[in-house]
Design a protein around this ligand. Structure first.
Ligand code: ZN
Ligand code: ZN
Length: 315
């Protein structure tokens, strides 16, 4: 058993009290604490993360990295691997607020166009009744008063709080998207709810570009697409073999992006390395949607697997 020193503790503390942190912020804290540059001393940086995660795993927490799907930047955070979403948000948010949050995340995750957001209008019109356990939702009488009385202004207030806490985000267009805290924390939920993964990085393609071919369900994050393009000119969709439209990404842009990313990628402690990718189901299969509608609460049975998988990356 490795024992952690004050340097490890400072890093954990920074992520818990101020996180999730952008890679640059986290690395500058690392440099401040250890006197090492995380880029030059990458092995030492990785060793710290590994040691921290070995200890955190005993209490089912994990220091994790993931990309903000809206700007492509790597972020670090400490996530709770065991608790369901109720207990993750429960200390601060009320039951109807959590139901509201779940409704928004589900609406975004189910979007077949993978735009990664919904309008504020749609968000405010999310029906909390849909978040009740299935046996209760069949009967209107069982809708708790707290749900029925959850007013528009309470929803607006919850939105502001959830954005502030990075569970949700505001996109550049003013829509409501998935916040970095949720991207870090709900990784298993996105998998369990069959949000199709990005072809390149295997993370859920919450905000991604879709293959334009009819019937092809391949999706790729914009930043992953840029990286791919920097590696070769002829990019064909791995699903249908047709050329991927690249008009919006110039080669120069892509190469630059890839150079910036190279280091970032290597320092991600939990980036999925295995090419474990579920075969996507055919486009016409209407059951795809209904399975994604399972509520966040119903995923609690998967937490055991979740822990095993995420810890396994680090060993
Ligand atoms: Zn990707
Ligand atoms: Zn395709």
């Amino acid at each position: 058993m490795v024992s952690l020193n004050w340097k490890h503790h400072t890093l954990i503390q920074a992520l818990i009290s101020r996180g999730p942190l952008k890679e640059k912020e986290f690395q500058s804290i690392f440099t401040g604490v250890t006197g090492r540059n995380s880029g030059a001393a990458k092995k030492i940086f990785d060793k710290y993360l590994l040691e921290i995660n070995k200890e955190l795993s005993y209490v089912h927490f994990e220091l994790r990295a993931c990309r903000d799907q809206y700007d492509g930047q790597v972020c670090y955070g400490v996530v709770n691997n065991v608790a369901d979403e109720q207990s993750k948000l429960g200390t601060k948010y009320s039951v109807p607020q959590i139901a509201f949050f779940k409704g928004i995340i589900e609406a975004i995750a189910q979007d077949e166009a993978a735009q990664g957001c919904i309008s504020s209008f749609d968000a405010l019109n999310i029906r909390l009744e849909n978040q009740l356990p299935s046996e209760a939702s069949s009967s209107q009488q069982q809708v708790p008063p707290a749900f029925k009385n959850f007013s528009m202004s309470q929803k607006e207030k919850a939105l502001v709080e959830l954005v502030k806490d990075k569970w949700l985000c505001r996109t550049n267009e003013g829509n409501i998207g998935v916040g970095i805290r949720s991207l870090l924390d709900l990784r298993s939920w996105f998998r369990n709810n069959e949000v199709p993964s990005c072809e390149v990085c295997n993370e859920a393609g919450v905000k991604a570009d879709l293959c334009p071919s009819e019937g092809c369900t391949v999706r790729i994050h914009k930043y992953c697409l840029k990286k791919l393009l920097s590696q070769r000119d002829d990019k064909r969709c791995s699903g249908c073999g047709k050329p991927w439209p690249l008009s919006k990404v110039t080669k120069a842009e892509a190469v630059e992006e890839a150079l910036n990313d190279e280091e970032e990628n290597e320092t991600q402690p939990t980036a999925p390395k295995s090419k474990r990718r579920r075969q996507l189901r055919s486009h016409g299969d209407s059951t795809d949607n209904s399975s994604a509608q399972a509520s966040l609460a119903s995923t609690s049975g998967a937490t055991g697997r979740r822990v095993t998988r995420s810890v396994a990356h680090l060993r």
